[in-house]
Design a protein around this ligand. Sequence first.
Ligand SMILES: *Cc1c(COP(=O)(O)O)cnc(C)c1O
Length: 428
Amino acid sequence: MSEYRFNTKCIQSGYSPKNGEPRVLPIIQSTTFKYDSSAEMAKLFDLEENGYFYTRLANPTNDAVAKKIADLEGGVGAVLTSSGQAASFYSIFNICSAGDHIIASAAIYGGTFNLIAVTMKKLGIDCTFVSPECSEEELEAAFRPNTKLVFGESLANPSLIVLDIEKFARAAHRNGVPLIIDNTFPTPVNLRPFEWGADIVIHSTTKYMDGHASAVGGVVVDSGNFDWEKQRDKYPGLTTPDDSYHGITYTEKFGPLAYTTKLVAQLMRDLGSIQSPMNAFLLNLGLETLFLRVPRHCENALKAAQWLENDGRISWIEYPGLKSSKYYDLARKYMPNGTSGVISFGIKGGREAATKFMDSLKLAAVVTHVADTRTCVLHPASTTHRQLTDEQLYACGISPDLIRLSVGIEDIEDIIADIDSALGNQKH
Ligand SMILES: *Cc1c(COP(=O)(O)O)cnc(C)c1O
């Protein structure tokens, strides 16, 4: 499939029916798979042969969709997870354990921040959060002998800070560790982090990839580029025999697929955060039109952002596609065709005015979601980022008055008219 261009891959990758098979990717709604003999099944359990035996470990519908996403990102392998949160957790826990240390950009999704700062800390994994705008020296100083990875978000939700991926990749590689990038907002339509040095990419497929707010899901994609063997001592889980799998050494047996194979064989086996085949089917429908929807989201968002920027009722606005944005140059470099459909802004009158504005919207709905066809709004400080202190909020690039507007693909005139009328109640 890889020889096709990007848009063709969105439609065709992952599933090629043979003679007489269904043209559309079928939902294999079966927990289990039948074999003629126990000996055949035993080979699958031993990872001696490829095949399906239990959907917690692998399912043909999920595999086809994962393959498509790997193809879109330019990776060698991918694993679907039940949510974006599971993808973040698995991507980290696959190569870290108690006593290890990681480095993360502070400008990340609130759920990821909490996962790393609170839950992973309880598991004995320490994190140093760095400003995405830190200097190379500051970044270098965050490394410790037990640092196992660097984590960042290409376009942060909801601060819209653009990460200088090359800077983070250089620092990670100088220190012999991989860079993991959450690429949920730009999607591979606008940015493919592997082309800039990232080693692992994760997504909340719940957002633009599904794109219709129908199915919660996630994915972990491996570029296959990181040389685990070269860092043997750092990653014993990949480079030494796994006693829970009959002494298999993942790097030896699976080469570039070592990371994803271990993720399935150990983490899916033990923790079980699979995506349901039904959700994978819905995700695949979303992926088929990803290349049509994302540019339209960006076009609408840019128009809405330009309109908001010139409106006297707005106190500030952040959209990396605006020339006035601090991140305009980085966005031009990493996402020349557009960033995402998400805009953040504050309105005069602060928090109270923000609530009034949101409650006055008619087309745009107040929902805990972002990045689907329908325009929606959210106040992160009182919802998704509620657990964070004001100090942590500012570290993530979020002010307490921030309104996150996810611009849909409706007619932009209707979206702007709705915003205009809802702002009408505000003081000029
Ligand atoms: C939503 C989101 C997540 C978490 O994904 P879920 O599918 O909600 O678990 C992680 N990262 C980013 C950037 C997100 O927007």
